[in-house]
Design a protein around this ligand. Structure first.
Ligand SMILES: [Zn+2]
Length: 169
């Protein structure tokens, strides 16, 4: 099992996962390519402190501050942490420009994620199992977040094409 698979299975609560697209990494020249190569970029799964340092080195942002900002908006983030659906796409705020620039105007640039152990006392999602929290930054400048229960990825969090988490109903 790769580190990423273990992280996604809720077996690495002390680690954080970072996903960065190849084009974003190339534009930054700040992060060594030390992660696992996935289809659209790189994923690093590293201990929390190292991960937060790598995140700020790679993006120029504080990881927890970024996460707090991204929490205000929900949007689907792929369960393999390598893409997402920017909620700003539907606002049309970059609409005409996006069309002119091509389909990449709302491409995810990077994702920061951590997981939390099941906690029956907290209730809700946390009662159901380990929870993965994911925060994405879009090329348009918008940030958004998603979270889901390990083992119930298709029943919790924002599903593809949706804008509200499935468990909200
Ligand atoms: Zn966007």
């Amino acid at each position: 099992m790769s580190k990423l698979e273990a992280f996604l299975a809720g077996e690495r609560h002390d680690d954080v996962a970072l996903f960065l697209t190849e084009s974003y990494l190339d534009s930054q020249h700040k992060l060594p390519k030390m992660g696992e190569t996935v289809e659209n970029g790189y994923v690093l799964v590293v201990p929390g402190d190292d991960g937060r340092r790598a995140f700020s080195a790679g993006t120029g942002m504080d990881a927890m501050e970024f996460a707090r900002g991204a929490m205000e908006r929900r949007g689907h983030i792929s369960r393999s942490l390598d893409g997402g659906e920017c909620p700003a796409r539907e606002d049309g705020d970059a609409g005409d420009e996006a069309d002119a620039d091509g389909a990449d105007a709302h491409e995810v640039e990077f994702i920061f994620a951590f997981s939390e152990a099941q906690n029956e006392e907290v209730g809700g999602l946390y009662e159901r199992g380990d929870v993965v929290h994911a925060y994405a930054h879009c090329a348009c400048g918008a940030s958004y977040s998603d979270k889901w229960v390990v083992g119930a990825e298709g029943e919790t969090g924002v599903q593809p094409g949706e804008s509200e988490p499935a468990e909200a109903e």
